[in-house]
Design a protein around this ligand. Sequence first.
Ligand SMILES: [Zn+2]
Length: 605
Amino acid sequence: MPRKQNGFGNFKVGSVRRPSNDFRVGKIQKAGSYPSNNTFGSVVKRSVIEQYDMNSDWVRWRKGMEYYYQGAWLRMYLTDERGAPVLDGNGEKIPTFLDTILYQGSTNADGTVSYEIPVEFTGYRFATNASDSSNHYVVKRRVQSEPDLGVVTQVYSDKDKIYDVGGGLTVDAPLNFQNRELWVQGQGGSRLLLKTIGERITDGNTEATVKYALNNLQHPAIYIGKTEEEAKAKLTVTIPLSEIASTSFYSNINGNLQELIGEVGSLGAFSAERNITNEEFVDGDYEFTVNSDISDTGQTFEILDNPTDLPAPLLDIAAMAKLFETTNASFNLKASYTFIKQHYQRFFGNKYLTADLVKSELNLVSYTILPFTINSVIIKGANVEITALPFENSVELYSTTVGNYLIFTDYSFTKKAPDAYNGGDWQRLDTDVNPWQDEVFTTSNPLTIADIWCCSCPSYSNSIIRMPQSLAGDNKHVNNRQYRYPLPTAMSKVDFQNRGLANAAGIVQSWETFAQRTRFKMCKHTIAAMFIEHIKVVEPNQYPSVDARIQFEEKLEKDMAAIKDELLMSLERSELTTVELVYTLAEGLNLDEVETAAVLLNSKF
Ligand SMILES: [Zn+2]
């Protein structure tokens, strides 16, 4: 009985390196090796050309069109706690399934300026046979206000020109071209701009992904540090015993404060800027470290009552029900953050980057403390001391001047305009914009945060999201079906970029690089979702060979037939909240890897 061969094919010494005319007609197989029995667990090794075609934007576009034409998707709706659709006044289902906040809790040092942006999520489910839940989720994040991020005053897009920008500074466009970075200069805008690394921003026509922001000296306007896995942040919150003892919550737990262990505590939505004061900057060879020990009084502290399966950081915390809340809390956060010098050194030329040099250009630090799991509760005199489960944390340091220069990855540009052929109801999205040739940021409109589409599939997220075994339902060991997805060998990669996320390795494995994160991300599902919402994605110009195209169309037809069946099956599954949705929403809120891990680890899957 023929058995499938192993993934390396059947190598016989005599059969390799024969001249090509030795191939028998009719036995010609495409390059790459394929198992004879292509079932679960078999490994298909594709040739380079095939791999290119599979991953090309054109293939994503073509498949996305087909999903759209075939109606192979379901819209998501707002549901109640039992999962039943919520109806509006007209008896219609409500497509906005989540209202929440982007950059939640972000304020300036004295709390007078908020950088929060209300956002709403709508979404679609796409059937797939390659994920644990048989669904991929596409969510669209729509911003509900348009924060002013300043206007672009100069685009340095002549790749043969070194621009003299005064003050002894130049913009070396030929070098930037090599680095695949387009630099622009801007004016106005708030420090929100510094929080938009990895964010899509737009002037209403041109859209691109922010890679970096520089100050007026062309030095980094923001530095991002992370705690080490073995030295997590420690948070202690102190509240007056008398306040909690007078609540009905206290009587409900019969005064046993140990009941708080495992509950979710929150310092409100906390993401505050502070002046750099007693933070200790320590220099190292490849890294520098900032040791911080901050305390504050008169703080909000809440124990959250979360009836949903979505973790608190994804929700509008202010709008959530609370089991207990006080504004008389104090807290202490001790953490040590590492910064990688290599990420910043190039902006200082021949000047060696030291912790002291960095410190001399900075004046603000921005701490984010996400809702946390309560680890211990101790009564100390008239107070209750609550300790959080130690967590990984990140921190941002800001330059004294607001970003004067913005750096965009040159492969992230798109342009959107009303589509003349469809009477204005449609828009046209061109994903083949080359900012070194095409004019970009020409509207003189202020820059603002763009609407984005995110998807849970590996092709979009560059990650594999696992359903923890407990959810398999029947207690049987279930292998993740996504493992069939051809993975790069970087699967187990743990570097600074993915630090934090490594902590959640049981739930998600990501091989996403910063370069991938800062491109215009799209997959067949997001393209289909855009068509559904009347955004016509223009056919990418890198389409495959005629041969590959014909084969592709045949395969697509078969795949779509299979998807239709899967879709019917997944219709029967009413459960919407899954780890994939959580991960996709985290991406939609531009949470960093550390925050995303916290969200995943604090979810009830
Ligand atoms: Zn997708």
